[in-house]
Design a protein around this ligand. Structure first.
Ligand SMILES: C[S@@+](CC[C@H](N)C(=O)[O-])C[C@H]1O[C@@H](n2cnc3c(N)ncnc32)[C@H](O)[C@@H]1O
Length: 258
């Protein structure tokens, strides 16, 4: 059994990069998109209008990018993982995706109308990334950080957190106030935080895949990963089918001060 042997798990610093070098297919299948109400709020807070140039930073397989593009934005994406970029290329054929990181964005100064970061800002070197984000934004334009958090007040999610060792391995405290991190940079105006609720309905296979798509699970040694996923599957078999997975979407928006 894995028990509490935290040493089995990779060092947190490796997770953000290495944890997304594999499993992009799983990620694309199992993770939810973002609620339309959150996209509308983001567009309103950042003043995004048709054909605005929007950078999806750490775009992954393009889940948020595709939603913004469908709403009329002219998106571009930056993503460091070749595996994620390959999947992005398959799912989002009409959107350019560049290799790069938040700490060194491969885009010229003052050339984008909005920067959005979904489910990824916690991996960044925040002070460095915020300077880079402010650099690429046009005057007075804005940044949105968004997360889909599984609702840990739900008993199924709370139990899953223990079984899947999420309680030991989560890379930041769920519900953390990232607005304070933005504020500390002194580069952005007041942060507006809004939350949205939605529920994903997963069959048992997708329930297990959703855990498998987490970066700390991807980086476990094969045998340990299989054992952990077997435990999650055993738990899933005690639940209904489909299984309701409630989420809280946490959105932070702010405009650059210059
Ligand atoms: C959980 S995925 C989120 C992907 C996508 N934004 C979404 O919402 O589905 C986190 C992404 O952050 C990327 N990432 C990790 N560290 C990064 C960094 N320093 N700069 C840019 N991207 C990074 C990973 O490669 C991965 O694709």
């Amino acid at each position: 059994m894995l028990g509490d042997r935290r040493s089995s798990f990779p060092d947190r610093a490796r997770l953000g990069r290495a944890g997304f070098e594999t499993g992009s297919d799983l990620y694309e299948r199992a993770r939810p998109g973002y609620p339309e109400a959150a996209i509308a709020q983001m567009a309103s807070d950042l003043g995004i209008t048709r054909d605005d140039r929007v950078l999806d930073l750490a775009a992954g397989t393009g889940k948020l990018t595709r939603q913004l593009q469908a709403g009329g934005a002219a998106c571009i994406a930056v993503e460091p993982s070749p595996s994620m970029r390959k999947m992005f290329g398959r799912t989002s054929t009409d959107i350019p995706v560049l290799g790069g990181t938040a700490e060194s964005i491969p885009i010229a100064d003052g050339t984008v109308d909005a920067v959005v970061v979904a489910q990824a800002f916690h991996w960044f070197d925040a002070p460095v990334a915020l300077v880079e984000i402010a650099r690429v934004l046009r005057r007075g334009r804005g940044l949105a950080l968004v997360w889909n958090e599984r609702d840990e007040s739900d008993p199924v999610i709370a139990e899953l957190a223990g079984i899947s060792r999420w309680d030991l391995c989560k890379p930041y405290p769920v519900g953390m106030d990232f607005g304070a991190v933005i504020d500390e940079s002194g580069l952005f105006g007041p942060v507006r935080r809004t939350k949205f609720r939605f529920t994903q309905h997963l069959d048992r296979t997708a329930f297990v895949e959703q855990v498998a798509s987490r970066s700390y699970v991807q980086l476990l040694p094969d045998q340990e990963r299989e054992r952990l996923l077997d435990e999650v599957a055993a738990y899933a078999s005690t639940l209904g089918d489909p299984i309701a997975m409630p989420y809280i979407t946490d959105l932070f928006c702010a405009r650059v001060v210059r």
